[in-house]
Design a protein around this ligand. Structure first.
Ligand SMILES: C[S@@+](CC[C@H](N)C(=O)[O-])C[C@H]1O[C@@H](n2cnc3c(N)ncnc32)[C@H](O)[C@@H]1O
Length: 466
């Protein structure tokens, strides 16, 4: 019998699904279970029922799986930031490795390729170099913390309750950022409590405080605080910036992004520098990058270095090649490959990212990279010459099918596909599979305690020997 919404089911969790939920079967009908782990026997309440599947939430663990661990974060059952803190790190790595292999076999129908052992992240907590905390007028407190009958706090500062756009969990700390980030969060909250201006309300579009975005450089142990507000109020923000710099000496700069847009996006139409020089600097391998409040930069710096090193190994460059870096962002992969190639051409949508890419090349003494801003659907045909290696690192949605077709026309001997979504990577590789052989794939863990996994696939044009 198919489960009904609201029904309580006793289920055995068989495996994890990409998306982070456990997979169980009720009379052959698939049920995805939140907060579960393979090997668990749980009592789960169905909250969604579709034609082919149901979704349920574990309300009681009848028999815990051997892979379970005690999550160190108290916001775990409520916060959307980490889905897998209740699973030991070794098991997380195995599940992620499985996602990559399974997507390529099941979605792309590929076989006879090597899946290398997943590269783990050095840090399992404190690894994120960027966090975005939201203000809300609707504080969501974990059960027990909210005193019944007592007044709700006037604002919350923290991360969103999953599936809501305006409810924010009021949090003192997030374990994914280095400890000083939590100190900064606390200082900002204390100041906001006294400052007398309201948090921004995403329903009424009234209020002042919108986001606190923190960026951290591991290499230089320095912080950027970006206060995102709805108006410019130097009289309120200057004393806050001054106090932060005094109390946390590792803060290099404090900036203020001002946005009057209604959408909940932490990027300002204007930016004011309140303290310092508006940037921090970080290193990936031997290269130095200046990062401003709105620059794209990989969020786990150490893992990014391992990812790029593996991209370079997969590219097997000997110095004379032309490399095409598609979706190149701020040129980090281009720069990583530049000294091993004759020239690198990077294509990227964002003009700001391309300006950063040029700047990053200059400050690293790289002079053989050329970047073109614009949609790859238009710019790919502007590329002169036939690249030997094409590196592709698209957003989660993967490549547009026109781009895949243009890539086939370009016919490079080697393609290195870097992906943060095994499903869309598999979909794109399926289109290439009549012309390219998938030789090997390297999963890399950039985001411990989440189900996300990065992977690098090396494809060789049919007829070309490994
Ligand atoms: C996953 S990021 C890769 C960034 C870079 N390779 C890195 O490692 O830092 C994907 C990039 O693709 C860019 N992008 C998205 N759609 C695009 C399009 N249609 N044409 C060109 N670039 C695009 C985004 O702006 C973003 O910088």
């Amino acid at each position: 019998m198919k489960p009904r919404k609201g029904q309580l089911l006793e289920l055995g969790i068989e495996k994890m699904a990409f998306g982070g939920k456990g997979v169980a079967f009720q009379d052959g009908f698939v049920v995805f279970v939140e907060h579960a782990a393979p090997g668990d026997r749980v009592l789960a309440k169905v909250y969604k029922k579709k034609k082919d599947y149901a979704e349920a939430r574990a309300v009681d663990i009848i028999e815990p799986s051997g892979v379970r661990v005690e999550p160190p974060c108290r916001y775990v059952p409520f916060c959307g930031g980490c889905q897998w803190q209740h699973i030991g790190y070794q098991a997380q790595l195995e599940f992620k490795q499985g996602f990559v292999a399974e997507a390529l076999e099941r979605i792309a129908g590929l076989k006879d390729f090597l899946v290398e052992k997943i590269i783990p992240s050095d840090k399992v907590f404190g690894y994120r170099n960027k966090m975005e905390f939201s203000f809300s007028t609707r504080a969501w407190l974990p059960p027990g913390q909210f005193k019944s009958g007592g007044p709700r706090p006037p604002f919350a500062l923290g991360l969103h309750v999953p599936g809501t756009f305006h409810k924010v969990i009021d949090m003192d700390e997030c374990l994914l950022q280095p400890p000083d980030g939590n100190k900064i969060l606390k200082l900002v909250r204390e100041y906001v409590e006294k400052a007398g201006l309201p948090a921004y309300d995403l329903k009424t579009h009234q209020g002042f405080w919108r986001f606190v975005c923190l960026r951290h450089s591991d290499a230089r142990e320095e912080w950027m605080v970006n206060l995102v507000t709805a108006e410019e109020r130097g009289d309120i923000l200057a004393p806050l910036a001054e106090g932060l710099i005094m109390q946390v000496p590792s803060i290099r700069t404090v900036v203020n992004n001002i946005t009057r847009r209604r959408a909940g996006v932490a990027v300002g139409e204007t930016e004011k520098i309140l303290a310092g020089d508006g940037i921090i600097e970080d290193h990936i391998g031997p290269y130095r990058f200046s990062i401003s409040a709105n620059s794209f930069f990989q969020t786990n710096t150490k893992a990014a270095e391992k990812l790029y090193q593996r991209v370079a190994e997969f590219a097997e460059l000997s110095g004379g090649e032309m490399v095409l870096d598609l979706y190149c962002g701020t040129g980090t992969i281009s720069i990583f490959l530049a000294r091993k190639a004759a020239r690198v051409v990077g294509l990227e949508l964002s003009e700001i990212a391309v300006a950063d890419a040029h700047k990053n090349c200059r400050q690293n003494g790289i002079d053989n990279c050329h970047f073109i801003a614009g949609d790859i659907r238009d710019t790919l045909s502007l590329v002169q010459g036939r690249p030997h290696v094409v590196v592709i690192d698209p957003p989660r949605a993967g490549m547009h099918k026109d781009v895949v077709q243009k890539l086939l026309d370009l016919s490079p001997p080697i393609i290195i596909y870097v992906s943060c979504n095994p499903s869309t990577m598999a979909r794109d590789l399926a289109i290439l599979k009549d012309h390219y052989r998938l030789e090997r794939v390297q999963p890399v863990d950039m985001f411990p305690n989440t189900y996300h996994v990065e992977s690098i696939a090396r494809l060789a044009k049919n007829g070309k020997k490994d």
